[in-house]
Ligand binder design. Structure first.
Ligand code: NAD
Length: 479
């Protein structure tokens, strides 16, 4: 089946297409997805530009109603959408349905945000003058998303963009276009006027580049790797006029485990944070920083739990860890496992390629011990089910190691000490801090984002998302 791009409210085929393959069963071809050309991207941007004046003048209630209708449909079809998502991305069905549910919640939240738009009336320093501060939409927003959250990330970018009156050209990851296509279809069938939301699928080097260079795109919201993010930010600044840009990128998130932690809580947090979703989360706990006194018990208990994990086809009911997303990412994971061994870390368990009933990209979750924070496996984002245990002598060393990274997305601590939990919340150099919780797993109504090399620009999600999707106007009136 061929899935077309959606430009100016119409489905548009393209000369090129990509085959979407199920990573749990590479014989299963999900469909052919159109790859947009430069001309298609130009047309999508022109459609979004044309739709902007009328869309930006719709009432908050109209925008609320569109988003609410789409939210209700996503919620009603969350099992079907979760299945589509798990089939193309490889996360388990429970995780896929959970993510589809999250997309529905996000749409619902931003439907409400459309109604909560406000402004300020401020007394002037001059007599007889009133000052008003209002927020306005930016115009055409380009949205570029990664493969690991195929529906939630597009939802949490598209929904606030539309809620605050922008029009959108959306480019999903080439690896997971089906979830994106479904989301756009649901939003457009909720009654969005033609051109308000356009879908251009295809390669970053073609579609992404055309989007970031076009003068009629006012802003780019991007989630993906640091390398691509850097290119995008540079292009946004170089374009005329300059574009507003928001980047959410990688992580090398620490989970600190202190001697006084509950062992079962710590092992739960590590297992979930490091390996669930096949470790393919920007918030994954890839560095497990463990104090001397609990180290051996923690490692033994974690390995016991890892050995019991069922790694299999994402769509089977008992599966706990699905396959890696594709051959390229699997090769990256295996390369880092080899690098870890060469660097002198101990591969304490896992790391083997697995064969299952169907051909897929199956990898046993891997745990390294005797890791030094200077090793590449502790410094570079692997983006797979590979955890590294770093032994430390006390809390101060744990905090120093946790912060010794170019990233700063999420940081966690397992402890029963109020003193250390409080100190960690104050001093962890991360956008999100977790106490006795996995580094991955966040709420949808509060800000999401990081510091240092993990993020650039305003936060996503919650009411804070408006900082990116609106521009402020200060109006002076002499009465
Ligand atoms: P990626 O950077 O390879 O691709 C992301 C998107 O950018 C894709 O749509 C891709 O087609 C596009 N793209 C690629 N090259 C481009 C170019 N030159 N110009 C314009 N667009 C281009 O990332 P990925 O492999 O899809 O995703 C994994 C990365 O995403 C990891 O680093 C992960 O940490 C990060 N991520 C971050 C968050 C967060 O919120 N911080 C969330 C999820 C994933």
């Amino acid at each position: 089946m061929l899935f077309e791009n959606v430009i100016a409210g119409e489905r548009r085929s393209a000369d090129d297409a990509s085959r979407n393959i199920n990573p749990s069963d590479t014989n299963d071809v999900i469909g052919e997805f159109a790859r947009a050309s430069n001309a298609d991207v130009d047309d999508a941007i022109a459609a979004a530009k044309e739709a902007f004046p009328a869309w930006s003048r719709t009432t908050p209630l109209q925008r609320h109603d569109f988003l609410k209708k789409a939210a209700d449909e996503v919620m009603a079809r969350r099992e079907e959408l979760g299945h589509i998502l798990s089939r193309e991305e490889g996360k388990t069905l429970a995780e896929g349905i959970g993510e589809a549910t999250r997309a529905g919640q996000v749409l619902d939240f931003f439907a409400g945000e459309a109604l909560r738009a406000g402004g300020e009336a401020v007394p002037s320093v001059r007599s007889g003058v009133d000052v008003g501060i209002t927020r306005e939409p930016l115009g055409v927003v380009g949205i570029i998303t990664p493969w690991n959250f195929p529906i939630a990330i597009p939802a949490w970018k598209i929904a606030p963009a539309l809620a605050w009156g922008n029009t959108v050209v959306f480019k999903p990851s080439d690896l997971v276009p089906h979830s994106a296509w479904m989301l756009v279809d649901i939003l457009n069938r909720a009654g969005l006027p033609a051109g308000v939301l356009n879908l251009v699928m295809g390669r970053g080097s073609v579609v992404g580049q055309a989007l970031i260079k076009h003068p009629d795109v006012a802003a780019i919201s991007f989630t993906g790797s640091v390398e691509t993010g850097r290119t995008i930010a540079a292009a946004c600044v170089a374009s005329s006029p300059m574009k507003k840009v928001q980047l959410e990128m990688g992580g090398k998130n620490p989970l600190v485990v202190l001697n006084d932690a509950s062992l079962s809580v710590a092992v739960d947090c590590a297992l979930n944070g490091a390996f669930f979703s096949t470790g393919q989360r920007c918030t994954a706990s890839s560095r497990l920083i463990v104090q001397d006194g609990i180290h051996d018990a923690f490692v033994a208990a974690l390995i016991e739990r890892m050995q019991a994990l069922t790694v299999d086809n994402a769509l089977l009911p008992g599966t706990q860890i699905g396959p890696v997303v594709d051959e390229k990412q699997l090769a990256t994971d295996e390369r880092y496992i080899a690098i870890g061994r060469e660097e002198g870390a101990t591969l304490a368990w896992g790391g083997e390629r697995l064969n299952r009933a169907r051909p897929g990209f199956y990898l046993q979750p891997a745990l390294f011990t005797n890791v030094d924070n200077r090793m590449r496996i502790a410094r570079e984002e692997i983006f797979g089910p590979v955890g590294s245990v770093i032994r430390v002598k006390d809390y101060d060393e744990a905090l120093a190691v946790a912060n010794d990274t170019v990233f700063g997305l999420s940081a966690g601590i397992c402890t029963t000490s109020l003193k250390h939990a409080t100190d960690f919340k104050r001093n962890a150099e991360a956008g999100m801090v977790m106490v006795n919780l996995a580094t991955a797993g966040v709420d949808f109504h509060v800000p999401f984002g990081g510091r240092k090399g993990s993020s650039y620009g305003p936060r996503e999600q919650g009411a804070y998302a408006r900082e990116f999707y609106t521009v402020i106007k200060t109006a002076y009136t002499a009465a």
